[in-house]
Design a binder for this molecule. Structure first.
Ligand SMILES: NC(=O)c1ccc[n+]([C@@H]2O[C@H](COP(=O)([O-])OP(=O)(O)OC[C@H]3O[C@@H](n4cnc5c(N)ncnc54)[C@H](OP(=O)(O)O)[C@@H]3O)[C@@H](O)[C@H]2O)c1
Length: 289
């Protein structure tokens, strides 16, 4: 019997690369990893032909315009990639009776919450990146009856640019750094998201599909300052880390003050349990060293 084909977009991103690393050990599934060269999501019209040619059973859409601050000014590109392309891929999935798995963000919420956001909570993004990702969720769900949206947050890995790698670099270069302590959320290791996605696909293959919106993040709610302290201590560096308010570190895009996500639905429907954020951080830093 032919193995189901899984097309993964964003092969050069943090999550795409973790999925590619993991894919090697899943011989029962066929993967096709794509980057801009194979499929440019800023050219949404090219999408239908690509999917007609490859005819996947699943698409994991990891590609995204992820430059949160630049998205405030490069709105057209952010919308084309995060919203229009997501919708077009979902449409192509519907035509092929394929499953669309889209990755979304905690930035769909406004951050005024005080307890982890449920998957059913109202979305109200405070920046354009969050808005474009929210529209991508909406279009995907509208166009594909077999769609799964997995919202995650504060993603890091050994690959690409992320908070952990930036902190490690700065902590080696400087005696002291300042990090905001009034934004709370949950760091998530991309390798854990990749494992969760493969688990979802295996469960669907086993006939236990449930479609809809899910949340998956590391377990625990901390500030960026707490995260920086943990990075320093895990890497055994001696840089001084000072807490500052967000008002002392103005950025073009506003960030939600609180963006922890309730992951219970994912555990209930797919049996996926988030890993403690600190355990995951230690594993990632071990890989980096
Ligand atoms: N990073 C986070 O903290 C975070 C938090 C919450 C949710 N998410 C979501 O999680 C998913 C994975 O994030 P990530 O951290 O792996 O992102 P990433 O490292 O920034 O990777 C995104 C990938 O998308 C690709 N891409 C961008 N524009 C494209 C286009 N026009 N055509 C084709 N590919 C394009 C990029 O290609 P190039 O390499 O060529 O630029 C990059 O490889 C995204 O949906 C993101 O929105 C991320």
């Amino acid at each position: 019997m032919a193995k189901p084909l899984i097309v993964v977009t964003g092969k050069n991103g943090q999550l795409g690369r973790e999925l590619e690393t993991l894919a090697a050990s899943f011989t029962g599934l066929d993967f096709l990893f794509t980057g801009r060269e194979e499929l440019d999501l800023n050219n949404p019209d090219s999408i239908p032909a690509f999917f007609k040619e490859h005819r996947p059973a699943y698409v994991v859409n990891c590609a995204a315009y992820t430059a949160v601050d630049k998205a405030e000014t490069e709105r057209e590109t952010a919308y084309a990639v995060n919203a229009v392309a997501a919708g077009n891929i979902a449409k192509a999935c519907e035509e092929l009776n394929a499953v669309y798995i889209g990755i979304s963000t905690d930035y769909v919420f406004n951050g005024n919450g005080t307890s982890p956001y449920l998957t059913t909570a109202d979305c109200d993004p405070v920046n354009y990146y969050g808005y474009s990702k929210y529209m991508g969720e909406q279009l995907a769900r509208e166009f594909c009856s077999k769609s799964i949206i997995i919202r995650t947050s504060w993603v890091y890995s050994r690959y690409g640019n992320n908070f952990v790698k930036t902190m490690l670099r700065l902590m080696k270069e400087r005696p002291e750094i300042r990090v905001v302590n009034d934004q709370l959320g949950s760091p998530t290791w991309a390798a854990d998201i990749a494992a969760a996605i493969v688990q979802v696909i295996q469960q669907i293959e086993a006939g236990k599909a449930v479609y809809g919106i899910y949340h998956y993040t590391g377990k625990g709610v901390i500030s960026w300052y707490d995260f920086a302290l943990a990075i320093r201590d895990t890497a055994q560096l001696s840089c001084e880390v000072l807490p500052i308010p967000s008002s002392a570190y103005p950025t073009p895009a506003k960030r939600p003050a609180y963006s922890a996500l309730d992951t219970a639905a994912f555990t209930k429907d797919y049996g996926i349990l988030p890993k403690d954020w600190n355990t995951a951080l230690q594993e990632c830093i071990r890989q980096l060293s």
